[in-house]
Every structure is written in C-alpha cells, then in structure tokens.
Design a protein around this ligand. Sequence first.
Ligand code: 5GP
Length: 211
Amino acid sequence: MSKGFLLVLSGPSGSGKGTVSEALLKENKEIVFSTSVTTRTPRPGEVNGENYFFVSVDEFEDMVKNDGLLEYAFVHTNYYGTPKEFVFNEIEKGEIVLLEIDVQGALQIKKKYKEAVFIFLLPPTMDELKQRLIKRDTETEEEINTRFRNAFKELDFVGEYDFFVVNSTVEKAVSDIEHIIAAEKLRTKRHSDIKNEVLKQKGKLDDNTII
Ligand code: 5GP
C-alpha cells in the first residue's frame, strides 16, 4: 500500500474553500479533513471539533510550546494551526489529508514536506470575491475589508503552489481537484516498489524469457 499525502488547499477568504472542501470530502471517502485549532470565536452553526477546535490563546500557545502543531499562523486577527499527530497517523494509514490553510501555513509545510501537493483556489473575479464576503454576512464591515485587503496580498503567492483551480462553479472546482489527485496518485515517486508490484502480477520474478 502506498502512503497517503498532504493536500494543501489555500485561497483568499471568500474564494469558496469551505464549500469546495465539503463537496470534495463528501464525494471522496479516501480524503480526510484535518480539523484546525483556532483562537477565533465560533460563527453561528460552527461545531467545536468539526469545523475547528476552538481554544483560548493560552491553550494555543501551549500547543505551540509542546510542538503539537505542524504549522501555525496569525491570520486576519486570530491564531490558526494544524494538529500534528492526526495528520501523521492518517498519512501512515494511506489517507489523503486535506489541509485548508492560509498562505503562511502552506509555505511552512512546503519547506518541511516536499511530497505535499499545493492547490490555490481562485475566485472567478475579485469583484465576485467581495460580493461573496458581503453575502455570507458572518463578518463586520471592518472584518470584510481586512479580509478583502488580505486577499490581494495572498494572490502574490499563487506561483508558490503546484496548481490553481478557479472556483467558477463548485462542481468544476471539485472535478479539477479530483483530476489533480488522480495524477498525483500515479507519480512514480509515490510507489517506490512499483517494479516489484508489476512483476508480481506477471507471476514470475526471475524469468526473462519471452515465450
Ligand atoms: P476562517 O476564519 O474564515 O475560518 O479562516 C480564515 C483563514 O484561516 C482561512 O484562509 C483559512 O484557510 C485559514 N486557516 C484555517 N485553518 C488554518 C490552519 O490550521 N493554519 C493556517 N495557517 N491557516 C488556517
């Protein structure tokens, strides 16, 4: 069995990461979501342990001190981080682990884990992104403006990612990501024992005769 891998999905607030991830997870049981830890307050409807693990700043700092996070960052006005243990366990089991994280976190992962796959989700236009932020009605006007300004900064990093996907429709974005995953699964470097696997299927390892 080949090992799983990290699938890092970033994109500005309002690009639709949450909706795309949810649809992707629903249709692909081999992908598991890494629930992040955050110091932000829950939005209406968000569930502790599902959307995020909501913790205090003290608790977050303890996790950092105890080396419990794979990466972490201060995004907008809060801390966010990826719990380490869960990710490693799932990868060992052969799962694809989806990290929905910001650019700063993705760059930390890129330095440490060469085998991770990086996808940047783009909105169809920046105007559409602003409309989505306004429509979801979960942030104050000031927060929306912060997120919109940050979106432009995040776009500077799109070239650091392996792939970009335009979220014009959720179906198309999910399908593009599924194609990326399919190709990634076929990378020879993810199958160090591929020669023996093929030979085993033929039945004889040591017979080079043609007939
Ligand atoms: P939101 O507050 O809208 O849920 O998330 C704000 C930003 O934080 C998003 O760009 C999201 O991808 C990012 N984020 C969520 N979890 C993590 C994490 O564990 N690490 C990092 N670096 N960013 C995260």
